[in-house]
Design a protein around this ligand. Structure first.
Ligand SMILES: *Cc1c(COP(=O)(O)O)cnc(C)c1O
Length: 359
């Protein structure tokens, strides 16, 4: 009996979708419990927008709190197989948190290069606590990526670059598309997703196509990508030298997977548009207050875009629409703290609490 059938618990992600992944019998098994994230119906927001079939793919429920784990588990397994001794990445935060965790589990040295002062507090701590060596550089993500690409090429010892330019990352990230199809029983009609370095939109599109080609899902979605207005190179059609947005995970001016993302857009009859920070924050707040889903601000770019298109009358009301919520709200306590009111403080009596609540 195959090992996967011995226990009755959930399988490993890399077992569940093994036929679509570049794993061999000599690839070491590594897992932190990634994947199998919930597809949650957005009932209240859907009702507000008049969209009957609106869903969120809640990727913040991955081991390190973002979808990056799906790709990292494959990239780090392949690095081990190839005899790597160290991992290196540039990051807007979540790649480093994920690389640090999987590197720790695999017993590899991890080096991360970050744009100084631009990383959400939770993400930086994740990398540090799990033992990565963190180097902050003066400059933005695009510059940090240039630095690590050069280091990975010139290093004298075996070191693997685990940014999404590592093809194994995108292979692993395809699994999210498979899960969406498995949950819905077919592909959605629209897949809305934040776009930063543009790897994830490319991976989802590849995943939907693989699954359809294998006869495991019907239909293909239109891919709707959303960039932050201050960091929207694909929308503008040129690099952005100084990208600026509150959505730090998509604060990228020169996406590595630009060509793949525009191909996904065009092949799927989709679109890539920009949303403002105000629209992102409004969607982020509503996801928490109306649906109970605390995602990080960057993640809410997907819903912000869908809301805009809906308000402009550009969406079919009953189209099955999935918004990818890429990361957990706990990553960025600073933005969250700025959005909440003062704590109510009272004496420890029912009367005092009643008074302060105004009941
Ligand atoms: C990495 C990341 C993104 C952007 O994904 P790309 O593949 O770079 O386009 C969006 N949201 C969160 C939370 C991320 O960590």
């Amino acid at each position: 009996m195959p090992a996967a059938q011995l226990g009755r618990g959930r399988p490993r992600l890399t077992e569940r979708y093994r036929e679509f992944l570049p794993l061999t019998d000599s690839t070491p098994v590594l897992t932190l419990g990634e994947g199998f994230t919930p597809l949650v119906r957005l009932g209240r927001i859907g009702q507000d927008l008049g969209l009957a079939n609106l869903y969120a793919k809640v990727e913040g429920q991955n081991p390190t709190g973002s979808f990056k784990d799906r790709g990292m588990v494959v990239a780090v397994s392949k690095a081990l197989e190839a005899g790597a001794r160290a991992l290196i990445c540039a990051s807007t935060g979540n790649t480093s948190a994920s690389a640090a965790a999987y590197g720790a589990a695999a017993g590899l040295e991890v080096v991360v290069v970050l744009p100084r002062g631009q990383i959400a507090a939770g993400k930086l701590l994740q990398a540090q606590v799990t033992g990565a060596r963190v180097v902050a550089v003066e400059g933005n993500f695009d510059l940090a990526l240039r630095v690590v690409r050069e280091l990975a090429e010139s290093a004298s010892h075996p070191i693997t670059l685990v940014n999404s330019v590592n093809p194994f990352r995108l292979e692993g990230q395809k699994t999210a598309a498979f899960e969406v199809c498995d949950d819905l029983g077919r592909a959605p009609e629209i897949l809305a997703i934040p776009v930063g370095n543009a790897g994830n939109i490319s991976a989802y599109w590849a995943g939907f196509r693989d699954y359809q080609a294998a006869g495991l899902s019907a239909g293909l979605p239109r891919m709707f990508g959303f960039q932050a207005a201050g960091a929207a190179p694909i929308v503008l059609g040129h690099r952005v030298e100084a990208p600026e947005t509150i959505a730090s995970a998509i604060r990228i001016g020169d996406p590595a997977s630009w060509t793949k993302a525009t191909a996904a857009r065009d092949e799927s009859d989709g679109l890539i548009e920009a949303v403002s920070d105000d629209e992102i924050l409004a969607a982020w707040r509503d996801l928490a207050r109306l649906e109970g889903i605390f995602c990080e601000p960057s993640s809410a770019a997907s819903l912000a875009g869908i809301r805009r298109l809906s308000n402009e009358g550009r969406l079919e009301r009953d189209a099955t629409t999935v918004c990818v919520l890429t990361g957990s709200g706990l990553k960025d306590p600073t933005t969250a703290a700025a959005s909440v009111g003062e704590l109510l403080v009272a004496e420890p009596t029912a009367a005092a609490v009643t008074a302060i609540l105004g009941w």
